[in-house]
Design a protein around this ligand. Structure first.
Ligand code: GDP
Length: 452
């Protein structure tokens, strides 16, 4: 896979750290050097690598203390967070125009995957009930218009293409005027009430002044809501120059990475956001129209950091709790003293350990667990706190006395519903059961996360 090598390199680096109880400055420096080498080998742009490693180093040496994680895990967590950062942080969604149609223009080198992307976007929009119109402004490449018609048909979307007569180009469409075709296409979308227009433009094999000028002309003529720069993740270091050239001449509002299914080193994917300041909106992962998804920086980072080794994961999950507290809790449980206060403390610890999702993002391979985490809402911890804090000490110590009227009072006091209170109590009971397993020396589950 695209990041296979990078993943392997980073995993090795982290493995070397795992045995250490404490990290010296020399350990951190060594790790940072290895991360730097791994990123450079993956073709990540030098300036991006420098900034990235400087941040990781500073944070790893800093006094950012996280008692729930061991030193190696802390480094992984920092690297994960910084990776999410260079990939853009939050997901950036497609912008919709206030007054339809929303106009999306595609730009990029020939072969980047623009025409294919036009079909993918059209299908994706159609699946959400939109009515996109594809406009064929790639009048350079022989067959581009035909190819767009084919993908349009596959996606079930209409295609606007110049035909002899309306371009003044005669039989040979490739000599038509792409600016005019773009404008006519948008007029057509208005007339036929399409709510999206996807404008496919011409690319060349290399950056070239004429191509840039044409794309710039189209952009000025149609003033799109989004200009998506389509870039092949396999092009390696050339990505920098290409992205810069497009940014200067056409500029763009977002990036689409294609061919992430390939075997290339994928440095473009990791460099582009930092180099251009533009967010990555979508990722293409194959030739089929369905091989396409909105881009999530956090998911990509966890994919890259896949540590693979399941045993490691369990080991890490076991250490995710503050061991001291866990031991106390287990002791209490053994003597049947595990209370709602302890439960709350454990949940708060989880939050103290940073975002649960982020933490679990470090434990790939946890499949089922991860799916659940996708649905896990950290607000739940806040709600749990509110409910438990509305209980009397007696109730916290012995939840068995929570009858109907007490539950109603607690619900009112915490601003939650009785159903919420009931669900918390049953989750507590489950957690108590899990704690019993721990006390008997089993593998702990994380309490408070709902039924497994
Ligand atoms: P354009 O010149 O920018 O319009 O590029 P095309 O859409 O014609 O794509 C060029 C080639 O790349 C075609 O053979 C596509 O099937 C292929 N392609 C496009 N996107 C992907 C992708 O995400 N993965 C793979 N493996 N191939 C892709």
């Amino acid at each position: 896979a695209t990041f296979g090598n990078l993943s392997a390199r980073l995993t090795d680096t982290f493995k070397n750290l795992r045995a250490k109880g404490k990290l010296s400055a020399a350990d951190v420096d060594g790790t940072v050097r290895e991360i730097r080498r791994a990123l450079l080998e993956a073709d990540v742009a030098l300036e991006v690598v420098k900034e990235f490693t400087a941040k990781v180093r500073e944070r790893a040496l800093g006094d950012e203390v996280n008692r729930a994680l061991n030193p190696a895990q802390q480094v992984v967590q920092i690297v994960n967070e910084e990776l999410v950062g260079i990939l853009g942080g939050e997901q950036r969604r497609l912008r919709f125009a206030k007054n339809p149609p929303t106009v999306i223009m595609l730009a990029g080198l020939q072969g980047a995957g623009k025409t294919t992307l036009a079909g993918k976007l059209a299908k994706w929009l159609r699946d959400q009930g939109h009515t996109p119109l594809l406009v064929a402004c790639d009048l350079q490449r022989p067959n581009a218009v035909t190819q767009l018609k084919v993908v349009g048909e596959q996606a079930g979307a209409a295609v606007f293409a110049p035909h002899p007569g309306n371009t003044g180009a005669g039989e040979d469409a490739t000599s038509g005027d792409p600016v005019r075709v773009a404008k006519d296409g948008i007029a057509e979308a208005r007339a036929k009430q399409h709510d999206f227009v996807i404008v496919d433009t011409a690319g060349r094999l290399g950056v070239d002044a004429e191509l840039m000028r044409q794309a710039g002309d189209i952009r000025r003529a149609i003033d799109p809501d989004e200009v998506l720069f389509v870039i092949d993740a396999m092009i390696g270091q050339d990505a920098v120059a290409t992205a810069r050239a497009f940014q200067e001449s056409v500029d763009f509002t977002g990036v689409v990475l294609t061919k992430l299914d390939g075997d290339a080193r994928g440095g473009a994917a990791l460099s582009i956001r930092s180099l251009t300041g533009r967010p990555i909106l979508f990722a293409s992962t194959g030739e089929g129209l369905g091989d396409f998804e909105p881009f999530h920086p956090d998911r990509m980072a966890s994919r890259i950091l896949d540590l693979g080794d399941i045993l490691t994961l369990i080991e890490q999950a076991q250490h995710a709790f503050d061991e001291e507290e866990a031991r106390k809790a287990a002791e209490k449980l053994a003597s049947d003293q595990f209370t709602l206060d302890d439960f709350l403390k454990q949940m708060q610890q989880l939050r103290g350990a940073g975002s649960i999702k982020k933490m679990m993002g470090m434990l790939p391979g946890m499949g089922k667990m991860k799916d659940q985490l996708e649905n896990f809402d950290e607000r739940e911890i806040v709600h749990t706190e509110a409910i438990i804090q509305s209980m009397t000490p007696a109730e916290r110590g012995n939840p068995k006395i929570l009858n109907g009227s007490r539950r109603l009072r607690i619900a009112k006091g915490s601003g939650m519903t009785v159903t919420d209170v009931n669900s918390l109590v049953s989750r507590f009971e489950q957690a108590a059961k899990m704690m019993k397993t721990v006390a008997r020396g089993g593998v702990p589950q994380i309490p408070g996360m709902g039924p497994v």
